[in-house]
Design a protein around this ligand. Structure first.
Ligand code: ACM
Length: 366
């Protein structure tokens, strides 16, 4: 996404009283932030040779690729500009650097980070891949060096290290990883993931920052100071809050704006398979009923997600975000007993005119 659009998006967040921009900067399909110590992360990792067209069929023989190289990244200067732009509008920019899974772009750039050491390509399609970082001290050091540069750019107290969807198959098969698990006195691959995250937690805590991770970081034991971002429902967030950890509620069921907003896919622009109508976003309750009141203070807030696999550019992002983000903003800032969907819809009519004036490609409520 162009830097100018990132700024417009921050303006829209500020307008809706949303105070944090979670910036997912690394993935299997691209590494998007300049890291000076490791130039290949962007020379190699920011580029893929082509991209899957349309949804990914179960049948591989149906897959079509566009044959067009795609890539790009933000320089550290760009990122600093975005941080300052956010700060001026009271929006904190929280970066995410994914580990140990969803790191194929990094492994493509530096194969020694992977389990086999063999070269691989930046991913050209979506999903969960079995490629994963190894658990060598040099790899931990590498990621901490990356984080050192990230901390210089992003003053955010919260730093996201991903942690989701780390496929452990390669760890299971690798004699070297199995030896590492024994060497570290761990029971299994889940504990190895937890060990990896703890290395980052200690690193960030020593620098007066706080680690945030997706709820998979609960598996194998939660790092001491970690904040859990609960995406697979609110269960992980509830478990972490009961253990005294802070959490952010970001459940797929109510806050994944990359999903379709209407059931008829034929008349909607391509989106992530899944359905999240406006009304369901409005029904979101960031403090789940089954969380005992004494733990409610651990819910730092809630977050909506817009993964951009299927979103070619700014207009597509705006369409997925609006009006659903207005519903999210309202329900997270309004006491529950005052949530009123019909009243919201009546007010939305006026708000749609505001979005129009701001040149936002929202989905009209029909
Ligand atoms: C996620 O959607 N994998 C956090």
């Amino acid at each position: 996404m162009p830097k100018e659009f990132v700024k417009k998006y921050i303006d829209l967040l500020a307008l809706h009283k949303l105070n944090t921009f979670h910036w997912h900067l690394t993935e299997d399909q691209g590494w998007r932030l300049e890291i000076r110590q490791y130039p290949k992360l962007t020379e190699v990792g920011a580029w893929r040779k082509e991209t899957l067209v349309g949804h990914q069929s179960r049948d591989r023989s149906q897959w079509q690729f566009d044959g067009k190289p795609h890539g790009g990244f933000y320089t550290q200067e760009d990122a600093r500009e975005i941080v300052a732009y956010g700060k001026a509008r009271f929006v904190t920019v929280m970066p995410e650097i994914e580990m140990p899974g969803h790191a194929m772009a990094a492994i493509a750039a530096y194969p020694e980070l992977g389990v086999t050491g063999e070269p691989l390509e930046v991913a050209t399609r979506w999903g969960i891949f079995s490629d994963i970082l190894n658990a060598e001290p040099s790899t931990v050091q590498f990621m901490q060096n990356v984080l050192s540069e990230v901390l210089e750019i992003f003053p955010s107290r919260y730093i996201h290290i991903g942690g989701d969807e780390a496929d452990k198959a390669k760890w299971k098969e690798s004699p070297r990883i199995q030896a590492r698990i024994r060497e570290l006195g761990l029971a299994n691959e889940d504990e190895l993931q937890s060990w990896f995250i703890r290395q980052m937690d200690a690193f960030l805590t020593a620098r007066d920052r706080r680690l945030v991770g997706w709820d998979e970081i609960l598996e194998g034991g939660l790092a001491e100071n970690a904040v859990v971002m609960s995406w697979r429902g609110t269960k992980g967030g509830i478990a972490a809050a009961r253990e005294g950890h802070d959490v952010v509620m970001a459940p797929e069921s109510h806050t994944y704006l990359n999903y379709y907003q209407a059931p008829d896919r034929a008349t909607e622009p391509i989106a992530h398979p899944g359905l999240l109508p406006l009304e369901r976003v409005y029904a979101f309750d960031p403090i789940p009923e089954d969380l005992e009141p004494q733990f409610a203070r651990h819910v730092l807030g809630a977050q909506a997600q817009i993964w951009t696999e299927y979103l070619k550019g700014p207009k597509n992002v705006e369409y997925q975000a609006f009006p659903r983000l207005t519903a999210l903003a309202e329900v997270v800032w309004t006491p529950k007993d005052r949530h009123d969907y019909q009243d919201y819809l009546a007010r939305l009519a006026a708000h749609e005119r505001r979005l129009q004036a701001l040149d936002v490609s929202y989905r009209p409520v029909r």
